[in-house]
Design a protein around this ligand. Sequence first.
Ligand code: ATP
Ligand code: MG
Length: 428
Amino acid sequence: MLTTRPRGTNDFLPGEVEKWQFVENVFRDICKEYAYGEIRTPIFEHTELFTRGVGETTDIVEKEMYTFNDRSNRNITLRPENTAPVVRAFLEHKLYSQTQPTKLYYIGPMFRYDKPQSGRYRQFHQVGIEILGAKSPAADVETIELAVKYLERLGLKMKSVDEAGSLTLFINSIGCPACRPTHIRQLKDYLSERLEALCDDCSNRYMRNPLRVLDCKKENCQEVASNAPSILDSQCEECKEHFQGVREYLKAVEIPFEIDSQMVRGLDYYSKTTFEITSDALGSQSSVCGGGRYDGLVELCGGDPTPGVGFALGIERLILTVDKKSKVLPETPPVDVFIASIGSGTSLETFRTASKLRSENISSDYDMLERSLRGQMKYADKINAKITLIIGEDELKRQAAVLRDMESGDQQEIPLSEVVIKVKELLK
Ligand code: ATP
Ligand code: MG
């Protein structure tokens, strides 16, 4: 127990963590270009935010939440997604009273009691964006475009543009409170004649939330779903027009897409546009990014009716894809300078020199374990040092050090007072 992490969680160690920093930095950069501000909300919220905001009959709320009572008996849940928390913060801080729309991005861990496997964990991480207060299809497509551009910047390609590409964008419209009831009625009729073919979960929940059946991963249910009446056939005028707009904006920025009329996505709060980006480098956990419009959510959380649209993109699945399909991810960065010391009295000077170099933003390291010179040079190799400084007893008497360029092998004696200048010259 003491040496094993909880099931479904991960440790990210140096070597791997540079990739995380890289994809997070690229995300921050692109969000800045699209004029989004970062929001950081707590990792836990009142459970009710999710039962109401995500939906009682969703997989997330029915089976996946980490919920507990705290010491004062408050019912708390580790956030399984971040749209409801962002909406909560939007209301709590009255962001709606500032210039609209509100454009926010986030990066952070989410928690779901999922069945752990490749690309599916209990603590996982998402980057995401939300636009609150804009109902134009331009907003839907801005979020899609940002996701696609982000993935492209990480070296991934759309399959329809490049044979070797791995990404596909699926879009759908799941209607609004005006037209969805018609579709749901048709869907219920259709399903009621096929109940034996559905899994236990679906035959139980088809009355309460038949759209869920379309989202079930079981083969039989998917088979039934594939022939179900299409939601696109029962759209009202407003939804039709909006969906038309989404397609036009997508074409305007040349983003290829496929329409998947069965895609409803796992959260209850969606209306109109839903979208998903899948990667064929991922096997069965193929969804990298999911998003859509949620015009009813703000009101559901107690605010005035306010349109919203956004996406969430899973970092673990992103990195699995980028590892397979792209070469942009960085390796562990080398250390600029390793300082070796030989003989008594040199270690203080070494320590002082390291401190001086570090203050000049030059990464530096030295031996802490009293190794032999040979051992120290091995260590310098291991950390990939670009330059080695050797401070021996004789050099120290002359206030000097030997500077060695590890790539060329060239070395020279330099005065200790010139270490920073000489190192900077070599690093250039
Ligand atoms: P799935 O159908 O694979 O369970 P989902 O529909 O539950 O995905 P969303 O709620 O749309 O996923 O979350 C957006 C993204 O977050 C997903 O596309 C995926 O990249 C990532 N994600 C969701 N659940 C997990 C998980 N348990 N482990 C790792 N990543 C996840
Ligand atoms: Mg899921």
